[in-house]
Design a protein around this ligand. Sequence first.
Ligand code: SF4
Length: 307
Amino acid sequence: MINPELSRIVATLEELPFPTRFAVEVCSDCNLECIMCHHPNMRRPKGRMPFELWKICADEIAALSPETQCWFSFIGDPFLEPDRLLQMIQYGKRAGLRSLNVNTNGMLVRPELSDRILDSGVDLIVFGIDGFYRETYEKIRVKGNRDLLYANVMHLLVERQKRHYGPEIQVQFIEMAENENERDTFVQYWLERGATIKLRNKLSWGGQFETSLEIPKQERIPCPWATTMMHVYWDGRIPRCPGDTEGEEGVGNAWDEPLSILWRRLGQYRKIHLEQRFEELPDRCRDCKDWMTGAAERINLVSVNDN
Ligand code: SF4
């Protein structure tokens, strides 16, 4: 019997004419050295995405699939480049994109930026936190400062509350051995303060990191990342695998070809996944556990009151 959650996910997977999620590497630098992130060992050149490149991508997505979720994050924290990030969000909104989302470690989401963030048109901000107590947080999010981060998130929540509108604010908790006793305290704390809690399993990033997930190979499902998602690095390169942090296997560059052509080129791999011919996949996919990760769980006051 296949795992019920994976069974539910697999029923949603099909060949798509365009990705439903598009991740944009605003910049590839980061201020933290988190234990579950590849960034500290990154070898490829670092840089910042030229605004012109985002315009090309945003215009095409707006024309072909405005509902596609655009995620401003990959390797690197986008708030290292706040002006560029907010300019990109504003352009995306004007172009007609309906889902503009940011993933951040939150250390640089300082109170003085809150008005500009709330006015930018961003739909969702996810703060990667993963710990409630300082010792745990700072063990996972190396170089982070727990109290400063909590104050940043609180300030944005309060400012959003004052306006009675604004983006959804999620606080993410990646479940791992280091924080296993803090989940409930974390959930309760942020629920009382109006945030949505996002709980998810640890990713292996294409087999690079150990995770505790264990599902027998015969229950394997098509990779939900590869079949729904496309990433673009700051320099326009598009990797085959959304977990490929170094660009070891690329399919082209968004400067040179439309995203729709590059997505079509990736179709040969999606076909192998969707037809479950897993033994024909490239080596990276063989040991990867990311297909096991499952969907993130989201908890907010509405979902709690509904139960
Ligand atoms: S299964 Fe393959 S495509 Fe999917 S994340 Fe893993 S390595 Fe990447």
